[in-house]
Design a protein around this ligand. Sequence first.
Ligand code: CA
Length: 228
Amino acid sequence: MRVLVIEDEHKIAQFIKTGLEIESWAVDLAFDGEAGLDLATTEKYDVLVIDLMLPKLSGIEIIHILRDKEHIHTPILILTAKGATGDKVECLNAGADDYLVKPFVFAELVARIRALSRRPLTQTEGVLQQSNLIVDTIRHEVSRNKKKITLSKREYSLLEFLLKHKGKVKSKDEIIQNVWSYEDDVLPNTVEVYINYLREKIDKPFPKSKSIIQTIRGFGYKVDNNEK
Ligand code: CA
């Protein structure tokens, strides 16, 4: 198991590293937000432990970038100072999986990291397919009938979300919560607008193929489950 700890207080960082190495885990340290983000996006980890107050990039900024821009779903445990309730909620909303308030008991840190590492990952790797549409979730490449399709990041996220939940109707609210970030301005027709953008790119140019996204009037949208 490999853990990245992003913590600017060297003493605490070293203390965590030493403790986790006793558990036979490989531990990388980063002492500021930028260095941490760099490692988190280039290396593979089982769990990320991120302190909230960091120089260069804050913990919350790192979470937003990892989840929204990089589509990295590695479990994240946040370390927060005592009493910073607002921060905690904000982090969980942004996509953190758990938090621990400093000072903490070491055994609890170990237990929480272990629990997070066992959590099945949302399918983030490999290939999502719907008839002749293929989404490579590692390279973020989309193609249909072997023709490459260029999507914006938001269009891509929306398509990935619907494909991952094949056969299930997803309401606009659910889509917003999963595809848009906490701070984005979302208007009532935003989802419709993006569904239309997507259809222009993935359905319109392929009139002989079945359309990928179904509208379920009054409920939301879905991708059918009856195909591979
Ligand atoms: Ca700090």
